[in-house]
Ligand binder design. Structure first.
Ligand SMILES: Nc1ncnc2c1ncn2[C@@H]1O[C@H](COP(=O)(O)OP(=O)(O)O)[C@@H](O)[C@H]1O
Ligand SMILES: [Mg+2]
Length: 269
């Protein structure tokens, strides 16, 4: 199962979400691979590495190396293909290669993981296209405070519409799950969810589903990056009315993967 975390905007929380979701799925016993498809390698250094591979995304994609590109994070069962394309040259390579936009999909499908999570840059371009085309499912964080429902739906539908012909190349664009992300306690989550659902229902004909889980805006997600530790390991108990990171991330993981085990495999903190 390949999930690409994407958005037509930057700074909405894609990388934090990718890292947090990957880590909790690994703690639930799943074998997870993170793929950093952003030239700014934020995901690549989100966690400490137990093993740094010789190669990264460039060699994986361009030379189709058969080994040497899997790094291991300090978190058990959580691996990484790091980004090593600071100049953004992959973009041009993907654009010019005959199989450019579908190669990532085919190469990732060869790998033996339960779940692969691909983080993207949040800027339209060939690398983002390749990451979206690779996905069985698209996950998009929606910031309730800066985007109106219509703006989100329009931008996202434009992207899905533009990539529709990928189906002819054997890479049909997967269904999309919208996640209300960085929810402010002063806002009404249910009202925003209802607005998003009604805005995305008609034109997309169900292409976008808004998840029931809502991820709050709390400092633990920022501390997670600072401490290089998954938020659910940092904060396991509810503080006041806001759900803990453990509760929020478990809810999200279960909504995406209903067959997860009852309890976390790894117990920390
Ligand atoms: N749930 C959250 N609550 C509060 N801050 C968050 C949350 N998720 C992410 N952030 C912060 O928002 C900023 C942007 O997040 P990031 O994951 O880098 O976004 P993107 O990858 O979309 O550019 C970072 O400073 C991050 O720590
Ligand atoms: Mg990012």
């Amino acid at each position: 199962m390949i999930i690409t975390i994407c958005s037509t905007k930057g700074g909405v929380g894609k990388t934090t979400l990718t890292a947090s979701l990957g880590a909790i799925l690994a703690d639930f016993g799943r074998r997870v691979l993170l793929v950093d498809a952003d030239p700014q390698p934020t995901l690549s250094s989100f966690f400490n590495l137990a093993h740094q591979a010789e190669y990264g995304l460039v060699e994986f994609l361009v030379q189709t190396e058969s080994s040497g590109f899997i790094s291991r994070t300090e978190i058990e069962r959580l691996d990484l293909i790091y980004s090593n394309d600071p100049e953004g040259q992959l973009r041009d390579w993907i654009r010019d290669a005959v199989d450019g936009r579908v190669r990532l999909k085919h190469l990732l499908n060869r790998l033996d993981y339960d779940i692969i999570l691909v983080d993207t840059q949040g800027a339209v371009g060939p690398l983002q296209d390749a990451a979206v085309a690779a996905a069985d499912l698209l996950l998009t964080p929606i910031p309730p405070e800066i985007l109106s429902a219509r703006e989100f739906v329009r931008g996202t539908l434009d992207m899905l519409e533009r990539l529709k012909p990928m189906a002819l190349l054997g890479a049909p664009i997967g269904p999309m799950r919208g996640l209300i992300y960085r929810m402010d306690r002063t806002l009404d989550a249910r009202q925003i969810a209802a607005e998003l659902r009604s805005a995305s229902y008609g034109p997309s004909k169900g292409a976008i589903t808004i998840l029931d889980t809502v991820i709050p805006a709390t400092v633990v997600y920022r501390e997670s990056a600072t401490h290089k530790t998954p938020p659910h390991r940092l904060e396991r108990h509810r503080k006041g009315p806001t759900p803990s990171a453990l509760e929020s991330m478990t809810s999200l993981a279960r909504e995406l993967f209903p067959d997860l085990p009852e309890v976390l495999e790894a117990s920390h903190g």
